[in-house]
Design a protein around this ligand. Sequence first.
Ligand code: CMP
Length: 138
Amino acid sequence: MVERTLAIIKPDAVEKHAIGDIIRMYEGAGLRPIAIRMMSLSKACAEGFYAVHRERPFFNDLTTYMSSGPVVVLVLEGADAVKVNRDLMGATDPKKAEAGTIRALHGASIEANAVHGSDSVENAKIEISYFFAESELG
Ligand code: CMP
């Protein structure tokens, strides 16, 4: 089934000039970018995006980190896009991510793990609408 998912290329990956390689990997996996925006998240914007994690011990560090530098926010579309993207990203902790995945190639730590990807179709809808209006999706 054709799905949409939200991806974020995080500050560490932007800083190390990995934007192009990561987008190439999305396209190579059949995930078509239908919206792309480079932006700097305010702390409040990062807190709103990650609100489901607000009780977690890493919430403050995570949202401080996500607002520490520019990110690239994308909507990806393709068959089984949510799962295809999660497989392509690899495990949350880059040290545990399978070889060849985005996090194994570009992630530095569990926090600076290069990319975010929606974990379900339901959450993808919420996350996409957090950043994009329907009219911005190509
Ligand atoms: P992400 O897919 O963006 O979703 C939540 C993020 O929290 C996750 O990637 C990690 O970068 C970050 N994080 C930091 N510490 C932890 C942790 N101990 N367990 C899970 N996620 C963590």
